[in-house]
Design a protein around this ligand. Structure first.
Ligand code: VGL
Ligand code: ZN
Length: 199
């Protein structure tokens, strides 16, 4: 039997247009993500949401040697979920990017408020398949998908529910190719219903 979980990656104000590290098209994926969220919650399948949750000072930021402008500083409005995102109260919240010394992107480096890792959470839910949506295709989505595959999970990338930073214009495309090479499947929302209807 397949046990599904939805992983909603970093749909935060700073990653949406107008934010400190706004991803082009970041807001237009939110209604698509909301549709998936509804399908998952109506089946009582788990919804997990990650947040990039940085300290004020971290090697992830340009001014301390990293490559990014200041973004998603914990407990600031930029780090909040985008107001259009409709997360159910039962959403499992995990946080990542808290280590000031490390530049890490994968949701598998995230943990909940009690310090429980995403992998541990998924194992206790008996999840076998992870559906991934959110931001950014070429960073968190990519590294989360690759880690998920390495840990033996089936992975579905919700292609019209992800967008990339594209430091280089082809980064997202390459990221998707890399993920697919590792065995992830690409799902379009117009075809998702068939999968939801499978017993
Ligand atoms: C991310 C850039 C900077 C991500 C995080 O989660 O995709 N990208 N920080
Ligand atoms: Zn970040």
């Amino acid at each position: 039997m397949t046990n599904n979980a939805l992983l909603v990656v970093d749909v935060q104000n700073d990653f949406c247009p107008g934010g400190a590290l706004g991803v082009s098209g970041g807001t237009e994926i939110i209604p698509v993500i909301n549709t998936y969220i509804e399908k998952f919650s109506s089946r009582h399948w788990p919804v997990i949401a990650t947040r990039d949750w940085h300290p004020v000072k971290t090697k992830h930021f340009k001014e301390y040697g990293g490559m990014w402008p200041v973004h998603c500083v914990r407990e600031t409005p930029g780090a909040e979920f985008h107001p259009m995102l409709h997360l159910p109260l039962t959403t499992i919240l995990v946080y990542k990017g808290m280590d000031p010394e490390k530049d890490s992107y994968s949701a598998f480096h995230a943990e909940d408020k009690n310090g429980t890792s995403l992998e541990k959470i998924l194992r206790s839910l008996k999840t076998s398949q992870i559906w991934i949506a959110g931001l950014a295709t070429d960073y968190c989505v990519k590294f989360s998908a690759l880690d998920a595959r390495n840990l033996g999970f089936h992975v579905k990338i919700l292609i019209d529910a992800v967008r990339g930073v594209n430091v280089q214009p082809w980064d997202s495309e390459h990221a998707v190719q890399e993920i697919v090479k590792k065995g992830a499947e690409i799902i379009r929302s117009e075809n998702a219903d068939e999968i939801f209807e499978q017993p």
